[in-house]
Design a protein around this ligand. Sequence first.
Ligand code: UT7
Length: 330
Amino acid sequence: MKRPFAYIAGTGHSVPKNVMTNDDITAMGLETNDDWIIERTGIRQRHIAKDGESLASLSAEASRQAMARAGVQPGEIDAIILGTVSPDHLLPATAVEVQHLLGCSRAVAFDIGAACSGFLYGVIVAESLIANGSAETVLVIGAEKLSAIVDWTDRNTCILFADGAGAAIVRRTRTGQKGILSSFMRSDGALAELLWRPAGGGAEPFTPDTFESKRQYVRMAGRDVFKHAVRSMAEATDRALDAAKLTAADIDLLIPHQANIRIIEATAKNAGISMDRVFVNVDRFGNTSAASIPIALSDAIEQGRVKEGMTVLFAAFGAGFTWGSLVVRF
Ligand code: UT7
């Protein structure tokens, strides 16, 4: 068996209408400012859900776009895989609610909890389902409503994280011309507590004290996570290029996880890809974890940055830690 088994047939994205600027965060009383946030992260604004916008509604909207662009009907979807760490409910998976909203009655639906790598992991699982004959057409979504799980008094985290959803239709390729050329996935649970939510799960169920100590919210050792992100994203890009037997010169566009402009620049430098061949939208959307890569891909396609015949390298790193990469020919 030889790749490519599957290709990306259509993409879409949806973000909340409400835009929050850096000045809006300062106005909430936090000791931070626009200059610091732009210089240290590259973020100028982010979208934050309001008025009943849920993970499922954002995911369904992004998915409808992806399905329309791929020319796929709800009944043709065999599986829905949703990467998220901020589901609408702890039980059941948000993917089943999205299935219901879309009317994909034949589809098996499940969530993947791999943080910022969730979408890439999802695409690789989708490709595997196609390769082993379990599916022909898979809807892969990366979606987050991180505004619901960040501590809005913690300037280390609340300036970064945001809401949104991106989706892609992954289908069996019959031509062998385009599709997923290589992939790489890794996880390391040794340093899980550098980026986590201590309470709310079975190990530390919610009690009235949880809310006092704010242990239900995301906690991050930013500087440590930064170092691991740079190192792991470098490994991820190198490994996917090697596996595809390609070099940086063969890559038309790098679409990295949009966590921080400095991590993106370091990843591009290590890979030997100049910034004019790197897609950046962290300035407009902030860090949307699992949603960041599919939003960036959909945005890049809408802007004409990804065209038929181009070879695109994706790389992600997130809580867990998890990291991974993909090379895809469009
Ligand atoms: O999505 C994947 C996982 N997440 C990431 O990849 C995020 C990785 N980490 C980062 O992006 C960066 O570490 C941050 C943006 C979170 C922080 O930037 P940094 O350059 O690593 O700052 P730092 O934590 O080393 O803090 C430098 C200084 C500190 O002050 P002192 O101790 O030097 O006086 C912080 O208290 O900046 C201060 N600081 C802030 N100042 C203004 C931290 N956050 C803020 C803030 N506004 N929001």
